[in-house]
Design a protein around this ligand. Structure first.
Ligand SMILES: [Zn+2]
Length: 283
């Protein structure tokens, strides 16, 4: 069905062909909320004030309802157009698609949390400014642990819209898209401000293969030393140090439970100070 020349599915809406903003869904084929949010935009064809590029990044995985077919696309950016792995070629092709864009919204969903979470790299200050104005209360810099992720290679704010395969995730993704289109002046209108907390990922939490875990903690609620983090049939995993659980789930990843992090700030400026980003005059 899909030959070696498989490409992202791209639509440009609005006046002109040179889109400076893009929305990407379907990097992971088993996260339909982002794909649905992108398709809703295409189907409703709003009167955009500027051109917007809409991209389904991994059509074969979306058609198969699988996270990926060869390799996890969100771990292999910038990709390789000559690779035998489909997702490495698609990663390279997706980067090429958004090459002229100054800001990109990438939509995902998770096993870990109901509410949207934004991920931005500390090396992309303008994208942080945009993430700070999205209706998202948790904003995470994953830089130390997200080698090969899309936001590490391009001006991308990645949003985990909610729990995978839920209608709520699709509604959240649709709301985030609407806010993004207003913040980028593709659509008129204001976006109400949201109070956000900023975090830095510090470490991945590994898990044993073929072991079932029961998590005993809540994401974004500080874990104190001595707290039981997870239980398996024969073991209890107790925290040595305090940390903030981020994207932790029992089934989200094959090899890790999720991530440890720490709070970077309760405002964009305080988070930037923690991340070593120079203050900016405007966002
Ligand atoms: Zn994903």
């Amino acid at each position: 069905m899909f030959g070696a020349d498989v490409t992202p599915a791209t639509t440009i809406l609005g006046p002109g062909a040179d889109a400076d903003v893009a929305i990407v869904g379907g990097i992971h084929g088993d996260e339909p909320s982002g794909v649905r949010a992108v398709r809703r935009v295409i189907e409703s064809n709003p009167s955009f004030q500027r051109p917007v590029k809409l991209v389904i990044a991994n059509p074969p995985a979306v058609a198969s309802h699988r996270r990926y077919l060869d390799v996890d696309m969100n771990r292999v950016f910038p990709g390789d157009p000559a690779s035998p792995d489909q997702e490495r070629r698609l990663a390279a092709a997706t980067l090429k698609e958004i090459n002229d864009c100054s800001v990109v919204l990438s939509l995902h969903s998770t096993h870990s949390y109901d509410d949207p979470i934004a991920l931005v790299s500390r090396s992309n200050p303008p994208v942080q400014g945009l993430a700070a104005r999205l209706p998202v209360s948790h904003i995470v810099d994953p830089t130390p642990c997200f080698d090969g992720a899309f936001p590490a290679c391009a001006p991308v704010v990645s949003v985990e819209a909610g729990r995978q395969l839920t209608e709520e995730a699709t509604e959240n993704a649709t709301d985030i898209v609407a806010a993004f289109l207003r913040l980028t002046d593709a659509l008129p209108g204001e976006v109400p401000t949201t109070d956000s907390t900023y975090y830095t990922v510090t470490d991945a939490v590994s898990k044993q293969p073929d072991t079932d875990y029961e998590l005993q903690i809540e994401n974004f609620e500080v874990v104190e030393p001595g707290t039981t983090v997870a239980r398996s049939e024969d073991r209890e995993y107790v925290a040595d140090d305090a940390f903030v659980p981020i994207l932790m789930s029992e089934t989200g990843y094959d090899d890790i439970l999720g991530y440890k992090g720490e709070t970077a700030g309760t405002s964009l400026s305080s988070a930037r100070a923690t991340w070593g980003v120079p203050p900016r005059s405007s966002d």
